[in-house]
Design a protein around this ligand. Structure first.
Ligand code: F6R
Length: 263
């Protein structure tokens, strides 16, 4: 996996956004895998700006979100569908019918996962998947102990994740403890994966992802087996990496090589 360490969260967003811009420029019909949470917001802002400046268009692309709370209808203000509409989709030129989020209000949640998988397949698979990471190493809502070959399905949230996400809910509001999420196996089939992490609170999970053993205890560590994963992290999230200087050296070498090749 490629580890890119940058000074600030804004630099992380800019680097990630540039990868999505390149993807959309080379393939306007791209299938994008998207995430919710706080981390990708600055990247979405960059993509919105690029769209409004007519640098990229989302007209021909389609999107698949990682996850949704089980029990929340799409129009629920706390649903991830609502989050995506508010934070991203309504600001860009995408056809809403080309955007997909697992159905948290599915009649039968046990078959909804297979239907989502079939839809991804029918679209030709995901070209580039955006990920955040939980403090416990989860990606999507694949909590520690998730099967590393898992597909989209219902997952129970850990108390740690419920506590981390409580900030989005008011005190008297119902907070779901179940989700429907792409599996690790689903994520591993994306052609490219871009994982963003910022802040000290993610440092331990990042260390386990990059340098820990491949283990369901840190679901993101499965990405060690992915052929095209880029971790874009800030200094704080990189602070527990034992070989930080080496990853920075590799990135400098990569940039120098790219520069040489472009001349
Ligand atoms: C969101 C998702 C989660 C988040 C993770 C980090 O769709 O699947 O895995 O990416 O919980 O959340 P933030 O970015 O809020 O720290």
């Amino acid at each position: 996996m490629k580890v890119v360490i940058l000074e600030t969260p804004q630099a992380v967003a800019n680097y990630g956004a540039a990868m999505f811009i390149r993807q959309l420029t080379s393939k306007p019909t791209s299938v994008l895998g998207l995430a919710t949470g706080s981390t990708p917001l600055a990247l979405y802002q960059q993509l919105i700006a690029a769209n409004q400046a007519e640098i990229i268009s989302f007209k021909q692309c389609s999107t698949f979100n990682l996850d949704e709370y089980l029990g929340l209808a799409p129009e629920h203000p706390q649903s991830y569908r609502h989050f995506m509409n508010e934070q991203f989709f309504q600001h860009i030129d995408i056809e809403l019918s080309n955007t997909h989020v697992p159905n948290g209000a599915a009649q039968n949640p046990l078959t909804a996962g297979d239907e989502y998988e079939a839809l991804i397949k029918a679209h030709g698979g995901i070209d580039i998947q955006l990920l955040g990471i939980g403090r416990n190493g989860h990606v999507g809502f694949n909590e520690p102990s998730s099967c590393l070959a898992s597909r989209t399905r219902v997952k129970t949230l850990t108390q740690a994740t419920i506590d981390d996400n409580a900030r989005f809910f008011s005190a008297e509001e119902y907070q779901p403890h179940l989700s429907i999420t792409m599996g690790i196996g689903t994520i591993m089939e994306a052609r490219n994966v871009v994982l963003l992490a910022t802040g000290e609170s993610k440092a331990e999970a990042i260390q386990a992802t990059v340098e820990g053993p491949l283990s369901a205890s840190c679901p993101a560590s499965a990405l060690q087996m992915h052929l095209s994963t880029t971790l874009i992290i800030d200094d704080a999230a990189a602070s527990k990496l034992k070989d930080k200087a080496f990853y920075q050296h590799i990135e400098r070498e990569n940039q120098a090589l790219l520069k040489r090749l472009s001349h």
